[in-house]
Design a protein. Sequence first.
Length: 405
Amino acid sequence: MGRSSAGRRTAFPRITLDVVRYACEHPAEASPYYIRESGRDAIKGCMLRVHRRAVELGTRYAKGTRWHRIAVVDVHMSIEELEDARLKVRQFIRSLEDEEEEPSLAEGRRKAVRELWEIRRAEFLRKRSVKRSPRTLEFYDYLWNTHLLPIVGDLRLRQVTTSRVEALLEEVAGRVQASRPWAEGRHTANHVLNQGRMAFEAARRKGWILRNPFAEVEPFEVEAAQVYLRDIDLTAVGQVLREMEAQAAASTSASRHVPGLGSLLALRVVIYTGCGHREELLYGSTSWLFQDFGVPRLEVPRAKGDRGDRHGRFLYLGPHGLDILSRIPRPAGSTLLVPGREPGKPLYRLNETWAAILILRARAILREWQDQDSESLDSVILKARLVSGETGERIPVKALRKEGV
């Protein structure tokens, strides 16, 4: 067995609790000394560093000039805790061996997830943003700034394991549910997973990591929206829209009536046309509106950006859709189809307007009709999940795009 100049044993077949006890009973008198594993079951490079008042488990690297501490050990720790620390030493030693074969892995070990996103974002702007809609980058920024960076942004790339990604998705879904109790959070979690996959795949191609932990995690299963409104539901929604539009038209801008007339009219366009309310209406421009040949229509570029003159979509309005679009209030000089409350910016979304119609009034109207009719109404809204805790299906704005409307 190896012995130091002072007669201490410096090599054991395996570092156990007895070896830890021995090290604690033989502290260093001045400079620290090392106790290494040297048996058949030893982890090559795993050793104890014995100080005067503490004992550390770790390994030496860079030709013995640097020390990497995994844990501070003592006689009171459990066998499981010691074995877990030994395995972490083995993982670190293997990562050093990998770095000897692939020097770029050392850079990956030093990089944090936040740095990876900064690099990835700069590459996106330089190489791909010209052919993409600005909303694409806005959405990416939202996912990273709201979910990925606050949760894993300060971790090193090597610290992001498959199990950590699984926990990340669960945490994202929980965060979404906490802010929007009616939502499950699965769609957002899947978007976060896709962002992580793209970023870490770029890191893998650069040689910073050996495998992509996001690629090994399955996304949440999400159900496609199969619900659509019945005639009786649309009748109730139409009555609510007329009531709210009259109230909003009589309000002044100072009253900041909610919902506003612009959002109510935009929702009516969605009902008339079945359009995708975000990409085809709320982010639309009056330059998309054409009336030549007697056919009123919106010529909508592709969702990922304007890819050419013949690569968009025609959204036919009909006389009602055209009339409603012309009635949407717009400030002088505005080219937005649906201006928002902030000058120069479009209306962000119709979710709150739609919820106000369903929750505040449409269901109440249907219940009044139900009380007046001896037969049960075939209503989706009466059976829907409109608030947290209710059963039934949700009725999002996109339900208006389904066949049967």
